[in-house]
Design a protein around this ligand. Structure first.
Ligand SMILES: [Zn+2]
Length: 423
């Protein structure tokens, strides 16, 4: 009966894999529909409607790329200066960038004669560290307000999207980088093949590519469904990302597993035939993924139900807290928080407000849930019973920064992988 019901439900028209072009028909998880997660609602627009878009991830059973349909054009996401994400407001992310610049400068001998290009350079949070070392840099950043903030740090940026056309233009200007990097951008690219082919075109002959992105294996293992949102088109295992770069003539010669963003990969790529020896970590991670079954449909099958159970547990906690007359507020206004709140149907009936250190997010309403965002001081004024940490990847940083809330007995709650109260 259940099977028949599922069959009789309306199915979307099959679209094709953004990497290999195979028909996409295997659902990974359906998170309903929600607004674009970076589109915070200013108070003067509080009476206006917001567009909602379906949020449904599929897995390609040919190349195993987990992906969303491309139904929102990037100009709509980034184009009007409302893009709210400024990387510099997370202290742990800034420290991560500093450590990366130290390590990669040492390993690849980057100096004043080198040239570094970062794709999606945001507000210059990372490239400023190269500038301090005297290494010439160029940021490529589509959001003009982020690029303007970068310039204040001495980081020159070009305001555009990256792809093969931008790469050809830079090559024409003689700008081929010894290090070409991009952190948390690969997932955001609608035309994956054009983007990676652009990296191939741009990279100097002996240059190195590094990219960081969330690791699909961790997303699945820890129910990180809230990292799925409209701006994230692709979700990669190492096996799949290696195949994507190989198709464009880039060899991945090293990989690191990082704790950032709930578990990320940092890949190192070079031109085929360039002199970079492949490390043991490449084979080891491929073997680990193969043992998990990342190239079998079974590996993806249980995720949907795990997500639904995570939702039920969070709602169970919130319903119980409200029945006991407790107050609950949020901490943080990250993209992932909006997927969580909208998918779970959590609004001001459960969470009075949230706070964020970024002034760009304060005094707006979260998209969809319409939960107001204030400065962190608000928590010390209202003294809530529970603080729901939305950027759960920064849990330890936030709990130590906000340790003073323990004075009135407030407790922290983390929603993922399963609602947990920190006593
Ligand atoms: Zn595919």
């Amino acid at each position: 009966m259940t099977g028949e019901n599922q069959k009789s439900q309306p199915q979307r028209a099959a679209s094709s894999c953004r990497f290999c072009g195979a028909a996409l028909s295997t659902s990974f998880v359906d998170l309903g529909s929600s607004p674009l997660c970076q589109k915070h609602v200013p108070l003067h627009k509080a009476q206006e409607a917001e567009p909602f878009f379906p949020l449904h991830a599929f897995v390609c059973t040919e190349c195993w790329l987990v992906q969303l349909d491309e139904f929102v054009v990037p100009s709509e996401i980034f184009g009007d200066g409302e893009y709210a994400y400024f990387a510099s407001y997370s202290e742990s992310w800034l420290a991560h960038a500093r450590r990366y610049v130290d390590a990669v400068s040492e390993r690849f001998g980057l100096d004043r004669k080198s040239f570094v290009v970062e794709i999606a350079s945001n507000d210059g949070y990372l490239l400023q560290n190269f500038v301090k070392r005297g290494v010439p840099v160029l940021g490529i950043e589509p959001a003009s307000n982020c690029a303007a903030a970068a310039l204040e740090k001495g980081v020159q940026s070009r305001v555009c999207f990256f792809g093969s056309e931008t790469a050809k233009q830079l090559v024409k200007e003689g700008k081929r980088p010894d290090l070409l990097l991009g952190n948390n951008v690969l997932a955001h690219v609608p035309d994956l093949n054009d983007f990676v082919s652009g990296m191939k075109i741009l990279l100097a002959d002996t240059g190195v590519i590094t990219m960081e992105f969330p690791h699909l294996v961790r997303l699945i293992a820890e129910n990180q469904f809230d990292t799925i949102y409209h701006e994230h088109f692709s979700y990669f295992s190492f096996s799949t990302v290696r195949r994507v770069f190989a198709k464009h003539g880039i060899v991945l010669f090293d990989v690191e597993e990082l704790p950032t963003h709930g578990g990320s990969l940092r890949i190192y790529g070079c031109h085929e035939g360039a002199a970079h020896a492949t490390t043991e970590r490449v084979g080891a991670l491929l073997a680990k993924e193969a043992a998990l079954g990342v190239e079998t449909p079974e590996y993806y099958a249980a995720f949907s139900e795990n997500v639904r159970e995570t939702k039920r547990r969070l709602l169970e906690f919130l319903i119980q807290a409200k029945r006991q007359g407790k107050t609950v507020v949020g901490y943080g206004a990250p993209g992932k928080g909006n997927t969580l709140l909208n998918y779970c149907g959590i609004r001001r009936d459960f969470v009075d407000y949230t706070v964020d250190k970024s002034p760009h997010k304060q005094n707006n309403l979260l998209p969809g849930s319409r939960i107001p965002v204030y400065a962190p001081e608000k928590i010390f004024e209202t003294k809530p019973d529970y603080i729901l940490i939305l950027p759960w990847n920064l849990r330890e940083e936030i709990m130590s920064q906000m340790a003073a809330v323990r004075k009135w007995g407030a407790k922290f709650v983390v929603p993922i992988p399963s609602a947990k109260v920190y006593e």
